[in-house]
Design a protein around this ligand. Sequence first.
Ligand SMILES: Cc1ncc(COP(=O)(O)O)c(C=O)c1O
Length: 284
Amino acid sequence: MEYVMVDGRTLDRSAAKVDIEDRGYQFGDGVYEVIRVYNGKMFTGMEHLKRLKESAEKIQMKLPYSPEELLARMEELILKNEVDTGTVYMQFTRGISPRNHVFPGENVATTFVAYTRKVPRPVEPMEKGVCAILDEDIRWLRCDIKSLNLLGNLLSKQRAAEANCFEAILHRGETVTEGSHSNISIVKDGVIITHQADNHILNGITRQKMLEICRNESIPFEERAFSLDELSSADEVFSSGTTVEVMPVVEVAGKPVGNGRPGSVTRQLQALFKAEIERQCGQI
Ligand SMILES: Cc1ncc(COP(=O)(O)O)c(C=O)c1O
């Protein structure tokens, strides 16, 4: 039996249904989050739920639960589904109402759905590194919102998958923004460089945690846009995200990065990130 949550009720997966006039289904009018679970505990859960609230506010949507209430609900679901290592997904849409571009108004309740997945840590690719393609970033200009509208991301990720690659590194003209489903950083002469948190990227919780680790460990970093030239001459490239943690990228657009193996700064960050997970969730 797999339990899911719909509007605060816990029910069997097979009993969960979506109304055809749900605005998430019709317009992608909603926001979502994915939280990592290690040893049955959520990692950086509160940070994700605060970002969910911010995403909702940015699209003028009011969530019916506080981050604290949501955290408790998600804990319940993880326990019920006996998730040890995995993820919990949740989304809120602007509710059910006859199709109309105009918002339906406050009397229409949001639709809330949550479910869990059992997902192992991607240990092997984290050891060996992965490849990435390059793709023009054709998405809208509010990539800071974790919105359900992911078509631009999907098209890029599909291109990457067709090239047997893990990620598509996106660029607006000469400027690298992020990945189709992760943040991208480069390392040059020992300095980590990653795009500043503005409307062109999702400010990843993993990215934020990683920068906090860098601050604490005096690892130099710069939050700024970098170019395709800087990407192709980088010593190291890595992707970061909730399910993939810190993932070395060893090949970009068919060319090896550095010596074609995960670099020392990336490896150091992976170890520090793992230590942070273990501090919060126990040994992994
Ligand atoms: C487009 C995009 N950027 C960045 C990230 C990384 O964010 P986080 O570290 O919060 O998972 C994701 C994760 O889903 C993403 O989809």
